[in-house]
Design a protein around this ligand. Structure first.
Ligand code: ADP
Ligand code: MG
Length: 295
């Protein structure tokens, strides 16, 4: 028979917008001692805005933005939105979808537009398309130092400029980290595909001392696997399609359901039907209380 305390716990959680997909997750959640948080869309709002345009020699800013937008028109990554919005705001017309698009997970997008190759992404992507990364490196350093995510733009294998994008940190992110510690979580980590300097800047603002950056989706799995091998019970919190494997691997996968991807919600053990981050420590405290009553 299902313990009454468990049923009551799940019911109470559901009224608070915390969807728990089975009593066993409440039991595991009571043992969580490490929480890994995705950056984009979880700690930050996931509504990035274009904040800078760096143009290489001979390229007006609008041209850099136009080429980037032509490629991002074929991307479903959250970073495509601020690029397309900025282009629209400047009256730059972007035809619907490029001729051919290739998404490179964790690195960027490469598109063919009217016979020309446009690549938008990080320096690893620039190396992949054979671009000389010197100018790109300079722009990346400047933008990252200012806490902006750099998107380097290359046309036919030549870097023509870079865009800076910044996302606002959620108001309740710092409180979340403090509450997690108060709820008995020993370590809070941030996992991100973004570069180390941007990651460190965000982490410092919310009180996280362990920010793992430049991670590909499979690297996030390795981090979780290592923590589990060390005997930790790990919760992973994420919002995106690319977080789904990590949510599945973690002992407890928690999806930010309100604005996140349906795939993340489907894969997770616990889904939050609100964007209020305080629901995460609430769920863990509730699990610990329920486990206590059951003992
Ligand atoms: P996160 O782990 O923070 O959610 P991702 O793994 O999705 O981030 O992306 C990692 C990095 O890859 C981004 O910070 C960006 O530099 C680059 N990138 C990925 N997709 C795109 C894209 N469509 N356009 C430009 N850059 C991209
Ligand atoms: Mg994300």
């Amino acid at each position: 028979s299902v313990p009454v305390a468990l049923v009551a716990g799940i019911g109470r959680a559901a009224r608070d917008g915390i969807l728990i997909k089975g009593g066993e997750f409440l039991e595991t959640a009571a043992k969580i001692d490490v929480v890994a948080l995705d950056k984009t869309g979880t700690i930050t709002r996931g509504e990035p805005r274009l904040t800078a345009i760096k143009a290489g020699a001979g390229f007006p800013e609008d041209e850099v933005l136009r080429w980037a937008a032509l490629a991002e028109a074929g991307s479903e990554h959250p970073l495509a939105i601020p690029v397309l919005d900025a282009a629209r705001e400047r009256g730059i017309t972007v035809p619907a979808i490029p001729d051919h698009v290739r998404s490179v997970p964790g690195h960027g997008v490469v598109a063919m537009v009217g016979g020309r190759e446009v690549a938008v992404g990080n320096l690893a992507l620039m190396r992949e398309v054979g671009a000389d990364v010197d100018y790109g490196q300079f722009a990346v350093d400047e933008l990252s130092a200012a806490g902006q995510t750099p998107l380097v733009v290359a046309l036919d294998g030549e870097v023509i400029g870079a865009l800076g994008v910044a996302d606002t940190i959620r108001d309740d992110a710092a409180e979340l980290v403090a509450s997690l510690h108060a709820a008995g979580v020993k370590r809070v980590l941030m996992l991100t595909g973004d570069n180390q300097r941007v990651a460190d800047s965000v982490a410092a603002q919310v009180g996280i001392d362990d920010a793992r950056a430049s991670l590909l989706p499979e690297d996030k799995l390795d981090v979780i696997r290592e923590l589990q091998a060390d005997g930790h019970t790990v919760a992973m919190v994420g919002d995106g399609v690319n977080d789904a494997p990590a949510l599945a691997l973690a002992d407890v996968g928690i999806a930010m359901g309100a604005a996140g991807s349906p795939v993340a919600v489907e894969t997770a053990d616990i889904a939050l039907m609100t964007s209020r981050l305080s629901r995460i420590p609430d769920a863990i405290s509730l699990a610990k209380r329920t486990a206590h009553v059951m003992r």
